[in-house]
Design a protein around this ligand. Structure first.
Ligand code: GLY
Length: 408
C-alpha cells in the first residue's frame, strides 16, 4: 500500500522529469555540482596521502590516511567523475589518490580492504585497464582471505570488541562485510584462482543463514565461537538497539546480495536481495522521500535500548543519506536482474536520486567539499551525526553513473 503511494510519487516526478533530455539534464546538473565540490576538496587536502572523509565540528575538512576504512571512497568518487564526464583531469586526480592506497593490498587488520580497494583500484581497472591495478586487487583479496575461518565459514570483520553492555566478541561478522565480497569475485576473475570466489560464496551463505530475522531485516553483528563455529550472539552495534534494523546495515545487505546474484546467478541470493528490498521499501517507518531514518525503529517503545539515556537528543529523527545512496545504487542494479520487480526497483531508485538531489545536497557556502549532507556515521558512539560523509557521495555518484548507463 505504502509502496504504491511511493511509486505514484515517483511516476509524478518522472513525468515532471519527462523525457530523456530532462534525465540527462538532471544527471548533468548533479555531476557539475559534484565536480565543483570535489575540486575544492582536492584543493583543501593538507598533504599527500590524506583523503577527505567528513567535516569537523569547526567546519574544516576532516581527512583520513589510507588505513581508514573509508579511504577508497574519495578516489572512487573521482573515478566516477571521470566516467561521468570523460574529463582527463578527473582521471589524473583519481590515479594520483588511488596510488595512496597501494599499501592496503597487504593490510590484514580488518575486513574493509574490499571497500578500500574495489572503490579505488577496482574502478581504476574497470575504466583504464591499467595492468598494474590487477595485482593490487589480487593481493588485496589474498589479504582479506587471511581473515576467513573454515570453522565459522566467514570472514572476520573486527578484531575483538564487544557490546556497550559489556559482552566481549570472539569472531564478529558484520553485515557490512557483504560489500567486501566484490573484491573476491574480481580477484578470481583476474587470477583464475577460484579460491577467492568460493570464500565469497561461503561467507554469503553463512550470512544468509545467521544474520537475518524472519522478516528479512538483519542484525548488524553476528559473533561466532572460534572453536565450534556456533553463533554466540546477535547484536546491532551502530543502530538503535540489538533487535532494531539499522538503516545502513539493511542497505549493505541489499547491495551485497545483489552483487552475489550478479556474480553467481544463484537464485537464493536474488531472493534475499528482493526480500531486503521489500522490507525497506514497504517499511511503515520509511519516509515518503525514501531517504530512511538512521534506524527503522528509532523511538519505537518496543525497541528502546538499555543505554538510551547515554544518547543526547536521540529524539531527533535524523535521516541517513548514505543509506539512501547505497540503496539507490543497489536498486538500480537489482532492477536489471529481477525477473518480476524491475520497474518497482527502478522507480524507487529514481525517487531516491531525486530526493537526495533536491533536499540533501551540501550547501556549498557552508560545506564546500562534499556532494551530500545529512548522513550519520555512528550515533551510539556519538560520532558523525547529520554530516556529509565520503561514502554517501561515492554511492550517489555510482548510482548516477549506473542511471546514466542504463538510460543510454
Ligand atoms: N561499515 C561501517 C559503516 O557502515 O559505518
Amino acid at each position: 500500500m505504502r509502496l504504491k503511494m511511493i511509486l505514484g510519487m515517483a511516476i509524478v516526478l518522472l513525468s515532471v522529469a519527462g523525457c530523456s533530455d530532462k534525465k540527462g539534464a538532471f544527471i548533468q546538473e548533479n555531476v557539475d555540482f559534484a565536480g565543483s565540490q570535489l575540486e575544492k576538496a582536492l584543493d583543501a587536502i593538507p598533504e599527500d596521502g590524506r583523503l577527505p572523509r567528513s567535516i569537523r565540528k569547526n567546519g574544516e575538512l576532516g581527512t583520513v590516511g589510507p588505513y581508514d576504512w573509508t579511504s577508497g571512497f574519495f578516489p572512487g568518487s573521482l573515478w566516477y567523475l571521470y566516467e561521468l564526464t570523460g574529463n582527463e583531469q578527473w582521471r589524473t586526480t583519481a590515479e594520483r589518490t588511488t596510488k595512496w592506497l597501494e599499501p592496503i593490498q597487504y593490510y590484514t587488520d580488518n575486513h574493509d580492504v574490499g571497500f578500500m580497494l574495489s572503490c579505488s583500484y577496482g574502478n581504476g581497472l574497470r575504466l583504464t585497464n591499467n595492468a598494474d591495478y590487477k595485482q593490487v586487487l589480487i593481493n588485496g583479496a589474498e589479504s582479506l582471505c587471511t581473515r576467513y575461518s573454515d570453522v565459522t565459514r566467514s570472514i572476520k570483520s573486527w578484531n575483538g570488541g564487544g557490546t556497550k553492555d559489556g559482552k566481549r566478541w570472539q569472531f564478529p561478522v558484520i553485515i557490512d562485510n557483504m560489500m567486501n565480497l566484490d573484491l573476491l569475485f574480481e580477484a578470481s576473475r583476474l587470477s583464475g584462482n577460484d579460491k577467492y570466489r568460493k570464500i565469497a560464496i561461503t561467507h554469503a551463505e553463512q550470512t544468509m543463514k545467521n544474520h537475518f530475522r524472519e522478516d528479512y531485516s538483519s542484525y548488524h553483528v553476528v559473533d561466532y565461537d572460534t572453536l565450534t563455529g556456533a553463533v554466540r550472539g546477535r547484536y546491532t552495534h551502530q543502530g538503535y538497539s540489538h533487535e532494531s534494523a539499522w538503516a545502513r546495515g539493511q542497505a549493505w545487505g541489499l547491495y551485497g546480495f545483489t552483487l552475489c546474484y550478479r556474480e553467481t546467478g544463484d537464485e537464493r541470493f536474488l531472493q534475499y536481495a528482493e526480500a531486503i528490498a521489500s522490507y525497506v521499501l514497504n517499511h511503515p517507518n520509511m519516509p515518503e522521500d525514501l531517504v530512511p531514518l538512521w534506524d527503522y525503529h528509532i523511538n519505537d517503545p518496543a525497541y528502546v535500548p538499555s543505554w538510551l539515556e547515554k544518547l543526547p537528543k536521540l529524539e531527533k529523527p535524523w535521516r541517513d543519506a548514505s543509506a539512501a545512496a547505497v540503496t539507490a545504487s543497489a536498486l538500480l542494479e537489482l532492477s536489471q536482474l529481477s525477473k518480476k520487480n524491475g520497474t518497482v526497483y527502478w522507480e524507487a531508485a529514481e525517487q531516491i536520486l531525486f530526493s537526495l538531489s533536491s533536499h540533501y545536497k551540501a550547501n556549498p557556502e557552508k560545506i564546500p567539499f562534499f556532494v551530500l549532507d545529512h548522513s550519520v556515521g555512528n550515533i551510539p558512539s556519538h560520532s558523525e551525526i547529520d554530516v556529509p560523509i565520503n561514502y554517501a557521495d561515492y554511492y550517489f555518484l555510482e548510482a548516477l553513473a549506473r542511471y546514466k548507463r542504463m538510460n543510454n
